[in-house]
Every structure is written in C-alpha cells, then in structure tokens.
Design a protein around this ligand. Sequence first.
Ligand SMILES: Cc1ncc(COP(=O)(O)O)c(C=O)c1O
Length: 475
Amino acid sequence: MPLHRGAHPQRDEHSEERRRLALNPFFGEADPTAAMNTAPPRHRLPDGPMPPLTAYRLVHDELMLDGNSRLNLATFVTTWMEPQAGVLMGECQDKNMIDKDEYPRTAELERRCVAMLADLWNAPDPSTAVGCSTTGSSEACMLAGLALKRRWARRNADRYPATARPNLVMGVNVQVCWEKFCNFWEVEARQVPMDGERFHLDPQAAAELCDENTIGVVGILGSTFDGSYEPIADLCAALDALQERTGLDIPVHVDGASGAMVAPFLDPDLVWDFRLPRVSSINTSGHKYGLVYPGVGWALWRTADELPEELVFRVNYLGGDMPTFALNFSRPGAQVVAQYYTFLRLGHDGYRAVQQASRDVACGLAREVEELGDFRLLTRGDELPVFAFTTNPDVHAYDVFDVSRRLREHGWLVPAYTFPANRQDLSVLRVVCRNGFSSDLAALLIEDLKLLLPELRAQKHPLSHDRGVATAFHH
Ligand SMILES: Cc1ncc(COP(=O)(O)O)c(C=O)c1O
C-alpha cells in the first residue's frame, strides 16, 4: 500500500461554492430541494450522517475515474469471476477467517484447499504436508522466509545472533516481496544478476553465492519480469552438487505466485514441485492464476518438520485448538470460500482449459506483435501466459515508454519498465494474459497498436523521458 499523507489544506479542499456545486440535487433522495447543499469534507470525518444512497452515490461517482480492470494488462490478479462466486463472497464477507470456532465450515474449506494443493504439488504424503491461506503471495513468502530463517537459526544457535548474519539467495528478478522480506527480517539479499539474454536466475551462479549463513534459495515459477520459468530442477541439482562438495544442505523455496497454478495443468512433465526433495516450501497467489478475486494466497511446507513449531500460534476450534501461521489476525473468509468454489467448479480439466486458453491468447498475441516488425520478443507466452518485448535495434523514433503511454490513451494499461542489473540498458513492455482477456480483446489491442505505429514512427525521437515514473510494475 502507498504510505499516504494526511490532508493538505490548500490543495485538498475547494471553495465553499465549488463544494456546493459538487453535489447533485438528486442526491436528496425523494425531495431534490431537501438535499444537503454542501458536499461533506473529504479529509476529516463529516459532522453528521447522510442517507446511505447519498453516500453510495458520492463514493460510486468518484470511483468511476478508476481504470477498467479488464483492460489492465499489467496485473496478474484476477479481474473476472463468475457471478456465483460473487454471491458466495458476498455471503461470507462477515466471516472472520481467524474465528475457526465460530465458522468451522469456512475453516474446513480452507483445510480442503490446502489438501488439494498438497496433492496438486505432489507432496510425498499430502496428509503430512502443512499449509495455510494468506492474503496473497507476499504474506506467503514472508511466512516461508521466516520458516527458513528460523530453521537456519536453530541449526546455528551457537553463532546466531552473536556473530552470524543470515542471507537468502535469489535472482535479481525476484518480486519486491522478497526485498521486503529481507529488509523487514534483517536477512541479507544475495541476488544473481541478469546476464546477456538470461533474464532470470542461473543455478550455478546461485549455488556459488551460498555459504554457511544461507537460509535458503528462492526459485521463481515464473518470473514477474518476463513470465519465464526459472529452472527449479537444475537449481536443486546445483545445490545437490554443492552439498556433495561442501556438506552445505540448502533448502529451496519455490515462489509459484503465478506458475504454481499454471504448470500443474499445462506442463505436467515439468518437475518443479515437491517431487524434488530439496523443495521445502511453495507459495502461490490464489488471486492470480488460482482465479479468485484479491486477496488470497497459499503457503505449503513439504512436512510439518519444515515449519518450526515455535512459529505456530493456536486459536480455539471446536473445543480444542487449531494451529495457525499468519502475519495478521482478522481476515475475511470470502476469498478462501471463493477459492474452494473455483476448485470445485473447475476441477483439474477445467483449470487446464482456462489456463490453456490464456496461454493460447498470449502466444497468438506475442506472434502478432512480432509480425508488426518493430518489436523483438524476449518471451513468447509459452510458460506463464505472459510475454515481454522491446523495440528492435533499428527503431529510434520511439521507445517502449512511448508505446505504453500511447496505449493508455486507448484504455490499455501495458507497463514499460527497465530491467535490473546487469541489463539496465534494456527496457521492455509486458503483457499479462489472464482469464477474461479473450482473443477478441487481444485483436482489439493489436488493432490499436497498428493504429498508433505510424504516429510513433513519425516521431523525431522518443518523447518519454521520465523513466523513473513510467513503470506501473510491482504486480
Ligand atoms: C513471483 C511473484 N512473487 C510474489 C508476488 C506477490 O504476490 P501478491 O500480489 O499475491 O502478494 C508476485 C506478484 O506479482 C509475483 O509475481
């Protein structure tokens, strides 16, 4: 969340006259002349109440200026669900996920979701895998990171905290949540840089960064920057070799924010999950390719041994207690219920059909972008249904930031951003194809891009200079 400041007296409040005109006389419900005649203040609590319909209209009207979420090709997060899911979510808004005793059926649906995911991700014994729902992958990654850190601290009780400082190894392409984890929990982030046309972690380079203070290595399925899968099996093999050489036994956490709900359905032969003995924990965002509205995520550990008992808190549950692991306490039950609904509704075959459709749209759109002639694809949408592209070297009149800005004029949000070390020279556009982004919509995007190209090509030089703010990218 942005860290908001309080009110700015000069900038935030307009004149009395303007505040009066900000109100539609119709907002007075039955009698327009009996309406309030001044809009309520916006930066302090109004003195008195107003009718619910009036309040609704004021809020609703302001929100009309938000973008259309379905045209937001920057986000991985679900922007469309079936009406039945919406009804169920409405029915569960009032249920607090933490009150396991009060809402035992909601707790049971959460438990079933964990069991289904343990099975989907090939836990050696799904009945001994442990897991929990979270608000999203960020919280799930914090929990997984905490478990890694605590396990390392236990093993190094003679050195930590006295002398040793823990570190976590990852690619420079990790999502910002891992930088947060390292910052908040005082762990050194050791990042493998990009190199040439390699835009994610290199297993060998990751293994070389490990030492006796490494709490784990994070592998990403797939990378937020370009949608590519990191080579998790090769990473595990490199760490096996490291163990043989040095005795260091480093666990792997797979950040499957998106891919853990894509690969099991579309790439069943890809071995990335608990089939690899070194994979200790996995997270995913239920609200990304899990196909649920925000915010729900999941964190699972191969066995209860990988999750130190002292991190687990207990809440009342049917006369006994239930173990919980979470950063926050209260949280709505609606998203967990919607996740269970979606699992039930789609089943394995349904998920495969939905994800395949997204991949087909992504691959088709990527091909069409390439055929325009001005662009070079970095990825093709055949791993995550996501692709990144940049301008060809002979394009000098405009850059990716110009393309992003001009597409916004047509309602499309396609982020442009610069890659991290060592490819800061490379700026790209990224398109995330999700359920609900149909081939019809993709065709409209291509049409708009075709319309814009002659104008972009006619520019004397790229017009977007403020690259620091050009990116809308931390999804
Ligand atoms: C690889 C990866 N990890 C973590 C996250 C954070 O996920 P969430 O938004 O569910 O907190 C994202 C979001 O895009 C991601 O792509």
